[in-house]
Ligand binder design. Structure first.
Ligand code: ADP
Ligand code: ZN
Length: 731
């Protein structure tokens, strides 16, 4: 690696801070000097702020007024590569650079001085008299697999006072050690032998390794049905990267980050990787950030924001379940982790592996055009075969109202229960019922802050708004006409489905998996593990269960409403339904039991349904690609969403109208501007929302045009404006 420029004491240097000032400021290098890219603390007015040295100073200021850098942080300087990545990412997403820099420095306590401190580890737990509080401490050690904590952290996690922990020291149940604040991660062992690969897997690994051993950037799309062994394949690509002395990053949708996955990494490489997601403790985040920067964390497994970690020598990024819409951040900096992974790798000369059973149309098209390499795994691993997928035509089922499980489906469930196999009933709707209706006046209870209906959650015994999270007790009389006992639940949610299931199958052990039912990601992961081991007969679940979990005893998947995703006018409705249905169906029959997926639908002849059934993916994607091409829609054309919000609806509309009427820079590049129009969800948290939509050619320089356009229109007062490049949601 090229040595970064060094600045001697008092040299004039440029610093970009994490504060919303969109230009570099001049400072003087501190005593001892500093490298270009160093993370520094600088004075800004009366405050101390975090910044990064960005080359030589620009000069032009009163030399006497230029202040020196206060301190150089004890972390590796930002690489030129990372600088370029952040700049390009900011340009692409039309984000202020300071916001990008904040994203890249999101490790608490980064500027704390390095020091030794006391860490508390598990000891001999049999040595101590157990109390409720002590048990909680031991539980935390258990869940975090032997990790150490600071006193405060451990007390916080266990919900006990620090004196409880100190009281456990004399017996040796808890051990105190003095350790450096941030320890390097244990080295992974790529030479440890992994599973014996099948012929198809070996061929895929050879293909990938041929790419990885090259110097230049490349991206490969690794397609393979669920259970085809993609994970094993890309773990070998990780091994190859480690052999080359480079670092690897595996991105997973947050919810797929299970203990099961980490165990697979451990059994391949001997140790657990660094784990980066919302459930990781603050101390651990800081440690990962620093060690990644020093090259002392070789493999990070993380959620999308791990992409902004300061890798020293990044060789490989794997994006697993690359089609997953949760890779798009929908607020703050609106970036798509898959696209940013490709950008980062292309700058770093690294490789990207996009793995999916049902790739996005974007990646499918890029592979088709030769921009990505394409590697296919067609068969499932071992004896397990793909599930048979069939529809149940709900038009001929004559279900009474308030019933959602057809007789046909019920009979199939019964059969599985008799054979002690597991069943998954899938409904992508949280709560008990989506609508609470007054039978007297017809009124539907809505949220006071949002343009959304309140969803009944019987589990919580409340009505909840899925937009803003506000909740209220379920009233006994209609808030509008005051009629007593006329409020009725309309439509199904998973909780209601669970009720119906319990009535139909009173002997079965039923669990409901829905994201609102778990306090913590860890509790959910725990439950998923128990289910996989056979703790339930029927699993009722939302989208949550579609992602990357192995339930070996599961042989039947019943989709309650396969048409659900097809309603609405979303550009990706067909794509998402296809992906979700194929993926949910893929949960069935993973071990040696063949699986069946049954889709309840009112439109079995819909083209999306027929392609799900035939499994003719190529045909589906071809048709979908053609339709998008004709509409000049993504990925063939580009779209940009502009979302304006204000507490006053007219202010939002007026601002949108002025923007639309003055869109010359956009028209100049041949873009079309639509709107302003009220957003489909016209109000969230009391703020009125208006949207504009920009459509243009894929190659048009739209970001530059948008910057120029918006320069003249700073939103004033409580107006807010957000730019969403390549929007995934149009709500
Ligand atoms: P995918 O990522 O494509 O869904 P996985 O890599 O999770 O597939 O593989 C499915 C299952 O098959 C897993 O339980 C995995 O451990 C097992 N498996 C895959 N390949 C092998 C192999 N070569 N030897 C033994 N087990 C394997
Ligand atoms: Zn609301």
């Amino acid at each position: 690696m090229q040595q970064a420029a060094f600045f001697k004491q008092d040299d004039l240097i440029s610093v970009i801070t994490t504060q919303p000032i969109e230009r570099a400021l001049d400072y003087r290098a501190p005593e001892g000097g500093c490298f270009d890219g160093a993370y520094v603390e600088v004075p800004l007015g009366p405050r101390k702020v975090l910044g990064v040295v960005w080359g030589a100073g620009q000069g032009g200021y009163d030399a006497a007024k230029i202040r020196p850098v206060l301190r150089v942080l004890d972390v590796a300087p930002m690489t030129p590569e990372m600088k370029l990545f952040l700049q390009r990412a900011a340009d692409y997403t039309v984000t202020p650079f300071s916001a990008m820099l904040r994203l890249a420095t999101r490790a608490p306590g980064l500027s704390d001085p390095p020091s030794m401190r006391k860490i508390y580890y598990p000891g001999n737990k049999t040595a101590i008299k157990i109390t409720k509080a002590r048990e909680r401490v031991l539980d935390i050690f258990e869940t975090y697999g032997g990790a150490g904590f600071t006193l405060k952290e451990l007390a916080g996690l266990a919900g006990v006072s620090t004196s409880v922990i100190k009281g456990m020291l004399p017996s040796g149940a808890v051990v105190e050690k003095v350790a450096p604040r941030d320890r390097p991660f244990e080295r992974l062992n790529p030479d440890k032998t992994g599973k014996t690969l099948t012929k198809a897997q070996s061929a895929a690994v050879d293909h990938l390794n041929a790419l990885i051993t090259q110097d230049a950037y490349s991206t490969a799309l690794l397609r393979g049905v669920t259970g085809s062994g993609k994970t094993e394949v890309y773990l070998e690509a990780v091994a190859q990267t480690l052999w080359q002395g480079q670092q690897a990053l595996v991105l997973l949708p947050e919810i797929a980050l299970t203990g099961e996955f980490l165990q697979r990494v451990e059994s391949r490489f001997g140790v657990r990787p660094a784990e980066w997601h919302s459930g990781v403790t603050m101390t651990e985040r800081r440690r990962i950030w620093k060690m990644v920067g020093q090259g002392q964390a070789e493999l990070v497994v993380g959620a999308r924001s791990a992409l902004f970690l300061p890798f020293r020598s990044l060789g490989l990024i794997v994006v697993d379940e690359e089609h997953d819409s949760s890779y798009k951040q929908q607020d703050g900096v609106r970036y798509h982790a898959r696209d940013m992974a490709v950008l980062r790798a292309s700058i770093a000369g690294a490789k990207v592996v996009l793995a999916s059973a049902t790739p996005s149309l974007e990646s499918w098209t890029n592979a088709g055009a030769g921009k990505y390499h394409r590697i296919d795994l067609t068969d499932r691993f071992g004896p397990s075969v793909l599930p048979t997928i069939e529809t149940i035509d709900m038009r001929s089922e004559n279900l009474p109202s308030n019933r959602w499980i057809s007789d046909t489906l019920a009979a199939q469930v019964q059969m599985r229960l008799e054979r002690s196999e597991q069943v998954l009933l899938f409904l992508n709707r949280r709560g008990y019922a989506p609508i609470t209706l007054c039978r007297a006046c017809g009124m539907q209870i809505g949220c006071t802050h949002c343009d959304a209906r309140m969803v009944e959650h019987r589990f919580l015994n409340r009505l909840v708004c899925h937009q803003c999270g506000d909740s209220q007790a379920k009233p006994t009389s209609c808030p509008s006409c005051h009629a007593e006992d006329k409020l009725a639940a309309v439509g199904p949610g998973v909780e209601r489905l669970a009720e119906e299931t319990a009535e139909l199958f009173p002997q079965a052990r039923i669990v409901t998996l829905s994201s609102d039912m778990f306090g913590t990601a860890r509790a959910l992961k725990e439950q998923i593990k128990e289910i996989a081991e056979g703790a339930a007969d029927i699993i009722i679940g939302t989208q949550l269960v579609a992602k990357g979990h192995n339930f070996p005893k599961l042989t039947l998947v019943g989709v309650i409403d396969a048409d659900l995703g097809l309603h609405g006018s979303d550009l990706r409705a067909a794509e998402r339904t296809f992906q979700l249905m194929r993926q949910v169906a893929g949960r069935a029959g993973r071990a040696d039991q063949p699986g069946v997926a049954l889709l309840q639908t009112h439109q079995p002849e819909h083209p999306v349904m027929t392609s799900i059934l035939t499994g003719n993916e190529e045909e589906f994607w071809d048709a979908e690609a053609q339709a998008r091409q004709e509409a000049a829609a993504p990925p063939f054309g580009r779209m940009v969403g502009i979302v304006i919000s204000a507490s006053n609806p007219e202010a939002a509309f007026d601002f949108g109208t002025r923007l639309a009427q003055n869109a010359h820079p956009l028209l100049a590049i041949g873009a079309q501007v639509f709107g302003p129009a009220s957003a489909p969800i016209a109000r969230i948290r009391g703020r009125h929302r208006v949207r504009l939509l920009i459509k243009c050619d894929k190659t048009a320089p739209v970001q530059a045009a948008i910057r120029q356009w918006l320069q003249a229109f700073a939103p004033k007062g409580d107006l807010r404006l957000a730019v969403d490049i390549d929007p995934q949601s149009f709500l």
